[in-house]
Design a protein around this ligand. Structure first.
Ligand code: HEC
Length: 394
């Protein structure tokens, strides 16, 4: 017995030593450096905005530019505030097209690298170069080329300070046949990005008496929005003869860290449209998509108690089968969280589809559902969607 015991403890000892050795070897081979792993993560996920002339307030193109910001970078990525894409993990649909969130491993690596003093690493190697993008380039240009049609708003000079400004105007984009929209991006030109809070566009059509009638919504833009891709097999129609009505909301002086506090001359907002070909537009098998605003509550005053929250909840039900392709809440400075659920009347059950619990008014994304778009079947007639929004006071 004694002998066996000794052998056993001897074995344990050697296993421990072996493990200890392995851990050490691993640590050395995984030393995190800018030139090793971190520069690549930053180049791929941050430089698109944090470059000269980009919308980020500082540049991350080289180690020397990154190094002074290392502690703040660690904080922002650990809190999931950067890259700016606050879609909650672990709730609802997680496969999104154009998802900017970092992998958990990338976040851990950045945090560990900063804890280690944010070293440069081997001076003779460097991270793969970033794809430098012209900040004024269309976001879908790499995949789809230049837009098939660009519709500019009228030009305005926005003073450096003053009250909010609104502009409603109608422009004629010259559409002669029904077109299916493949993608759309709204882009304030140059410095206009800092002052345009939102720029919505509707489609108007002339009725028989020559009066302009509202046909529907074309697209919606709010600060930080990248653009909308319409999924394959879906048609969002821009009808022949469509006129486009803009509704643009501007803050003189700008908002957030990108605010310049300066006059913006020649403020123009553009809609870039990419279309499918004519055959696609004639295919009746395509889902028809509309972009509609379903208010979750009659508009009225919201009372938010001091140091407190106010929740708003609302339902919308459909009398036909639908498919939800994306989730895009819209809110202003007091909005704090938003979620979307499906409500099944037969069982009273709700299913969470999407949630954002750390909302920022400077980033409005259309979170486009990936392979598992969410279908609400016809047999569940009366099935509704439920939206909950939380606002807070400061
Ligand atoms: C889509 C553009 C975009 C991307 C991508 C992006 N940023 Fe930012 N970043 C901004 C803008 C705009 C601001 C200033 C406004 C704000 O904080 O929202 C900012 C602010 C910051 C700040 C400063 C915050 C402060 O409080 O002063 C840090 C640090 C930062 N970003 C780090 C990163 C890192 C690290 C990445 C990549 C992992 C990244 N950002 C990706 C646009 C971006």
């Amino acid at each position: 017995m004694k002998t066996t015991g000794r052998i056993a403890s001897g074995l344990c000892f050697s296993i421990l030593t072996l493990l200890g050795f392995q851990v050490q070897a691993q640590d050395v081979s995984h030393e995190l450096t800018y030139n090793g792993q971190i520069g690549q993560i930053i180049n791929e996920n941050c430089v698109v905005c944090h470059q000269e002339g980009g919308i980020g307030p500082m540049q991350f193109q080289t180690y020397d530019q990154v190094r002074p910001w290392a502690p703040l970078i660690s904080f922002k990525v650990a809190n999931k505030e950067m890259p700016p894409y606050a879609y909650d993990e672990g709730i609802g649909i997680q496969h999104l097209i154009g998802d900017w969130r970092l992998e958990a491993e990338e976040i851990d690596q950045i945090v560990a690298w900063v804890e280690q003093g944010a070293p440069l690493g081997d001076p003779d190697s460097s991270p793969p170069p970033y794809q430098l993008k012209d900040p004024n380039e269309w976001n879908f240009a790499a995949e789809l080329g230049q837009p098939d049609l660009i519709v500019p708003s009228n030009s305005y000079d926005i003073p450096a300070s003053g009250n909010d400004l609104w502009s409603t105007e109608v422009v004629d984009p010259g559409i002669v046949a029904d077109r299916c929209i493949k993608a759309v991006q709204v882009k304030p030109r140059g410095d206009a990005a800092a002052v345009v809070h939102h720029a919505n566009s509707s489609v108007l059509l002339e009725d028989e008496e020559g009066e302009m009638e509202r046909y529907g919504m074309l697209t919606e833009y709010a600060m930080g929005k990248w653009g909308e891709m319409v999924p394959d097999g879906v048609c969002r129609t821009l009808p022949a003869g469509a006129k486009i009505q803009w509704s643009i909301h501007m803050f003189p002086g700008g908002v957030g860290a990108t605010a310049q506090g300066e006059m913006i001359e020649d403020n123009v907002v553009e809609i870039g449209l990419w279309f499918h070909d004519d055959e696609y537009a004639e295919d009746d098998n395509n889902y028809k998509q509309d972009l509609a605003l379903y208010r979750i509550e009659a508009q009225g005053d919201l009372v938010i108690p001091p140091n407190g929250y106010q929740m708003t909840q609302g339902f919308h039900s459909f009398d036909h089968p639908i498919r939800l392709d994306s989730f895009q809440p819209h809110g202003h400075l007091r909005m704090n969280a938003a979620s979307l659920e499906i409500f099944y009347p037969e069982t009273g059950r709700t299913e969470a589809i999407s949630q954002i619990s750390n909302w920022s008014a400077t980033w409005h994304h259309s979170h486009i559902y990936g392979s598992r778009s969410c279908t609400i079947n016809s047999s569940w007639s009366g099935t509704g969607i439920e939206a909950v929004v939380r606002q807070h006071s400061r």
